[in-house]
Design a protein around this ligand. Structure first.
Ligand SMILES: Nc1ncnc2c1ncn2[C@@H]1O[C@H](COP(=O)(O)OP(=O)(O)OP(=O)(O)O)[C@@H](O)[C@H]1O
Ligand SMILES: [Mg+2]
Length: 310
């Protein structure tokens, strides 16, 4: 049983209860979200992880009003997404995964238009700060159409933040951006979080989740399969273990150890005692198997993730 609700609805930054979404196409049905419930506390830096197709974007697009759920309820800062939709949308800034813009406008115009949507004028000081923090100042008069993918993503982030929302939700904010910008975005998101904004993001970079998020939820095939403090999740799986690679196609069922496959032909042997390493090496040697990249240590988030979604 996952303890996914740890805060009262009235106090939560985000509160999701029994959210369901099925996509029907032709004769087939996809259960994109199945009974998803969890809460994020105010001020948290929270990560939503999961493999391709897990349902992360469906969840975020539901929050953005782009996808209509079959059932379930959502509230942000105690504003219900149906009953108090206006306050709901004022409370949250959402950066979608897909990049879509009206190509006719410049970066500045895009941000001013978005501000107008929230009824905001005279917020140029904040808009300039956003441009500055996202490294967009010298692009502010360029048409959005002419920007590179990484630059467009920065504009998407600025656009979601024009109304200084207390809750910020980003769907893969650093996908396809270079290392320098990724680090800059990390700093910016941490700064926003330290100023009291709740930040929720999805990412495929587990290093990013490990670094930034104090708690992470793991979705797999539309279901919540884990939710815990990042460190606890790691500890739970961080038994000392022997890690090594074997040639592709090796039949590991014949290896008489508690052996688990990881990614890229790597394997892990857990629960070992001081003799296990020598016994393992002897066995592999006797069977003509040459282990590669041998390592002793603890599991990282990548391995936790793989073992929970396998
Ligand atoms: N508009 C749609 N019509 C039909 N199926 C959809 C639609 N949107 C999403 N799906 C399906 O719902 C499931 C969840 O997709 P979703 O985009 O939420 O995954 P994700 O976790 O964001 O994956 P990724 O990491 O690749 O971004 C997938 O099986 C996807 O094919
Ligand atoms: Mg997605």
């Amino acid at each position: 049983m996952i303890e996914s609700i740890t805060v009262d609805k009235a106090d939560a930054a985000l509160f999701i209860e029994n959210l369901n979404k099925t996509f029907k196409r032709g004769g087939s049905k996809t259960y994109a979200l199945s009974g998803v419930s969890f809460a994020v506390e105010q001020g948290e830096f929270f990560g939503l992880l999961g493999p391709n197709g897990a349902g992360k974007s469906t969840l975020i697009n539901t929050l953005a009003g782009l996808v209509k759920p079959d059932s379930g309820s959502i509230s942000i800062l105690n504003n219900d997404f149906k009953a108090q939709w206006r306050q709901f949308h004022m409370s949250v800034g959402i950066v979608p995964q897909e990049i879509t813009f009206d190509p006719h406008f410049t970066v500045s115009e895009t941000l001013r238009l978005q501000s107008g949507y929230y009824g905001l004028r005279n917020n140029s000081e904040w808009l300039n700060k956003l441009l500055e923090n996202l490294g967009l100042t010298d692009k502010k008069d360029a048409s959005v159409f002419s920007l590179s993918g990484g630059m467009k993503r920065r504009v998407l982030i600025a656009q979601a933040l024009v109304h200084k929302p207390p809750v910020i939700i980003l769907d893969e904010p650093t996908a396809g951006v270079d290392i320098e910008l990724r680090h800059r975005l990390w700093e910016f998101m941490l700064e926003l979080n330290s100023q009291g904004h709740t930040v929720i993001l999805t990412t495929h970079y587990l290093e990013e989740a490990e670094r930034l998020c104090s708690r992470v939820a793991l979705l797999n095939k539309g279901k919540l399969v884990a939710l815990d403090e990042t460190q606890k999740l790691l500890q739970q799986f961080s038994k000392e273990r022997i890690k090594f690679a074997l040639p592709p196609g090796t039949d590991i069922s014949k290896i008489p150890f508690d052996i688990k496959p990881l990614a890229n032909h790597f394997y892990a042997v857990e629960n070992h005692n001081p003799y296990t390493l020598r016994q393992l090496l002897n066995f592999l040697n006797e069977h003509g198997l040459q282990p590669d990249g041998l390592e002793l240590g603890k599991a990282n988030l990548e391995e936790v993730f793989l073992s929970l979604t396998k």
